[in-house]
Design a binder for this molecule. Structure first.
Ligand code: UDP
Ligand code: MG
Length: 307
């Protein structure tokens, strides 16, 4: 079967990179197949990006989607992946930090039978990145590895390839693009890694600062929760509820015995703690039950579950 390829570029204020990026990508992709499309997702850019893309969209094989407002890379990718029509989807950043010449390396792996190929910037050039960014990248990768129980080397590498359905299956909002490998692994797809080069940003500035460390921590909690408990929220909330409620009941029991022995318990601080713990426990259990109701309402596609 002849392969067909969609290349997805998320872009936010990348006016200077667009043409060099396209010129570097076109010869590589057209050599692999005639059946390709290049998808630019303009994530609400404020520079000349929309103007340049408006011109480009007249070209054959080029599609442009412009988001109503700047919504973040994950959302831009989501739109690109949903709109992609070809068998294989490749994505990379639009700032020329990845090398389009390496697209065939990723495609080869998909053709070998993998559902997902993640790039690995193994030889990161130290001079390209600030010490803070390097440290946050190492911390992020290690934390993600431990918490998710997956074993990728470079979770946030922007250079990735998917079989079309795999990319369409991802939940991408906020900063969730950083956990694409975790999601893919968790969904049971076959994946591998390929070592890719990395270059310094030629034009423009990075859009992600150090604030992402804190946000990333919350995303990690979300991803862990979704992986472990999405299908059984009561197991997560119920366990916490039982712990609190059980402790509360234990205190209550102790107070009850004391009361039977004839001591007054009305003014004891422990009574307040016991009541508080019991209520917290009940709240957690009800939250879990609400979660179960929500999960129950999500329709699941049987075909999606079959290999
Ligand atoms: N990007 C985007 N929306 C945003 C921020 C970034 O689509 O709100 C794109 C950006 O144009 C680039 C990629 O996401 O193609 C990665 O951004 P950047 O290079 O600034 O991040 P870094 O490589 O520094 O982590
Ligand atoms: Mg970049």
């Amino acid at each position: 079967m002849p392969k067909s390829i969609s290349i997805v570029f998320p872009m936010y204020n990348e006016e200077e990179s667009i043409l060099p990026l396209l010129n570097a990508t076109l010869p590589v992709v057209s050599k692999i197949t005639k059946d390709y499309e290049i998808i630019f997702v303009d994530d609400g850019s404020k520079d000349k990006t929309p103007k340049i893309l408006e011109q480009l969209k007249k070209e054959k094989n080029i599609k442009v989607y412009t988001l109503k407002k700047n919504s973040g890379k994950a959302t831009a990718l989501y739109v690109g992946f949903q709109k992609a029509t070809k068998d294989i989807i490749v994505t990379m950043d639009s700032d020329l930090q990845d090398d389009p010449k390496e697209i065939p390396l990723l495609i080869e792996k998909i053709e070998e039978g993998y559902d997902f190929v993640n790039g690995w910037k193994k030889n990161k050039h130290v001079e390209h990145t600030s010490p803070i960014k390097r440290l946050s990248s190492i911390t992020f990768n290690q934390m993600t590895k431990i918490v998710s129980g997956t074993n990728f080397n470079d979770y946030n590498c922007p250079f990735k390839a998917f079989r079309n359905e795999v990319a369409k299956d991802l939940f991408l909002y906020g900063d969730m693009h950083r956990y694409i490998p975790v999601q893919v692994a968790n969904m049971g797809y076959k994946y591998t890694e390929v070592i890719v080069s990395n270059y310094p940003r030629k034009f423009g500035i990075t859009k992600y600062g150090s604030k992402r460390i804190i946000k990333g921590f919350f995303d990690l909690i979300t991803i862990k929760y979704l992986i472990t408990y999405k299908n059984s929220p009561l197991h997560a909330f119920g366990t916490i509820g039982l712990l609190f409620g059980g402790l509360g009941m234990l205190c209550n029991f102790y107070l009850y015995i004391t009361w039977l022995m004839g001591y007054g318990i009305g003014g004891r601080p422990l009574l307040f703690l016991a009541v508080l713990l019991t209520i917290i426990g009940l709240q957690f259990i009800s939250m879990g039950l609400l979660g179960e109701m929500i999960t129950n309402n999500i329709t699941r596609d049987a075909d999606n579950l079959i290999k």
